[in-house]
Design a protein around this ligand. Structure first.
Ligand code: SAM
Ligand code: TMP
Ligand code: ZN
Length: 407
């Protein structure tokens, strides 16, 4: 493959290693009967020859993804609620102990993390452009319904005070205009403040062949190496990393102003781990692309075999990730009859592109299928524990990460 584009971090050359073809917006669920044409773009990923940042080859305008009707609710998972409560407690006990301490969260969504901070009476501000910000505000959380960028940061700094913590979960990787974000972080962060963010880790994506982490909203796929280089270009330093088991494997990165804090051993260790695995080598990513194609073939072969044998297959979790699976693999409603999902804004709609109906969980529980295709595999422990009755009734789970298998 020879397609290239310009790196959004360093203006170097980005070389493509995988092409998923034409894809719809992953969270644009369709109202049945709506005749408006869906938006499609070319979903492909490459690596920068210079700074090693892995990124999408084509960018979707942000207003098409993050708007009033953006459906994703962070609080849809009980495990994630605990994850963010624990982190809030940790911030409250460490970075936020000073007088009038201040935390700003980018992508605060329905307030899953800031709730505990607000309840502790600590100064905070969530920034999120989507309709879900209203849900956070209704919980008593201070929210600015806006895109975070350089100008927003300057405005917050002028009206509030320097931040002790700027935090973003599953949001920084959604933002192609990183230059503006990191300038904003520099403006807003206090001299000893930290910028902490957690996102899906390229190391896990490659190890687990979790190709469905690649979709419109996930623009960047970070590594310690690429984040270190990105930070350096903006007077920031990578001072800590922590591998975390949520969402199929993420890394929590901590940046500080250059020289303000001593990097932990964990940074050097993760950099060494990445180098040993040749994570930023083009050949490694080409091997990943080969495995992805095999997963696609195996999944379609299995679903076709089950349909021809008269088995009922239903999807579990109408995830954004599922858009890549359905549209790349060509999964149609004759293969997966419907997808069960607990999110009100997705129910009664059709999945983007392939138009598989999304139903409330009751439809799954009232009439168990023979097989459930687990699109929300990143919540597997939580879901499988909750669905013991499905297993007891003879139901089986289909997974496609790290390879196609039935359990
Ligand atoms: N932090 C939550 C979590 O981890 O569950 C929500 C993550 S959600 C996948 C991404 C969120 O980022 C959305 O709520 C979206 O509206 C928000 N977002 C997108 N661009 C943003 C920006 N420039 N500034 C702040 N939030 C943004
Ligand atoms: P995510 O993988 O991006 O977090 O999306 C998970 C999707 O799965 C979201 O639409 C909510 C849905 N879901 C369920 O339907 N049942 C569940 O038990 C969980 C944890 C998620
Ligand atoms: Zn670059």
């Amino acid at each position: 493959m020879s397609t290239t584009t310009q790196c959004r971090i360093c203006a170097g050359t980005v070389r493509e290693f995988i092409d998923f073809g034409r894809q719809p917006l992953s969270d644009a669920f369709v109202v049945p009967g709506d005749t408006q044409e869906e938006f499609f773009f070319r979903l492909a990923t490459g690596i920068c020859d210079t700074c090693t940042m892995v990124q999408l080859m084509e960018e979707v305008p942000r207003d098409r993804m993050f708007h009033e009707a953006y459906p994703y609710l962070s609080s849809g998972s009980a495990y994630m609620r605990t994850h963010f409560e624990e982190l809030a407690k940790r911030f409250l006990a460490t970075e936020l102990t000073g007088e009038d301490a201040f935390i700003v969260e980018l992508g605060s969504n329905d307030g899953i993390m800031l709730k505990a901070v607000a309840e502790a009476g600590v100064r905070h501000l969530g920034v999120d452009p989507s309709g879900v910000a209203d849900l956070a505000a209704a919980k008593g959380i201070r929210v600015r319904k806006d895109f975070f960028e350089e100008a927003t940061a300057a405005d917050i700094r002028a009206n509030e005070r320097p931040a002790d913590v700027i935090y973003a979960a599953n949001t920084l990787c959604h933002i192609p205009y990183m230059d503006s974000i990191l300038k904003g972080v520099n403006t807003l962060l206090g001299p000893n403040g930290v910028f902490v963010f957690e996102d899906p880790y390229l190391g896990d994506i490659v190890e687990r062949t979790s190709f469905d982490q690649i979709y419109d909203e996930h623009f960047f796929f970070f590594t310690a190496r690429s984040v270190q280089e990105m930070a350096r270009r903006h007077g920031l330093e990578l001072v800590d990393v922590e591998r975390i088991p949520v969402h199929g494997g993420e890394v929590r990165y901590t940046l500080a102003l250059t020289g303000a804090r001593k990097p932990t051993n964990a940074v050097a260790e993760l950099l060494a781990w990445e180098a040993e695995r040749e994570l930023s080598e083009y050949a490694t990513l080409e091997r990943f692309a080969t495995k992805v194609k095999k997963n696609k073939e195996d999944l379609i072969a299995l679903l076709t075999k089950l349909r021809d044998a008269g088995k009922r297959v239903v999807g579990y979790g109408a995830t954004a990730k599922g858009a890549t699976v359905n549209n790349f693999c060509g999964i149609t409603p004759d293969l997966v009859q419907f997808i069960s999902d607990t999110t009100p804004a997705k129910q009664g709609k059709l999945s983007p592109g392939q138009h598989i109906p999304v139903h409330e969980h009751k439809q799954f529980a009232d009439n168990y299928p023979d097989y459930a295709l687990l699109y929300a595999w990143n919540h597997a422990d939580e879901i499988m524990n909750a669905e013991q009755a499905f297993r007891d009734a003879g139901g089986k789970w289909i997974l496609y990460v790290p390879d196609v298998h039935v359990i």
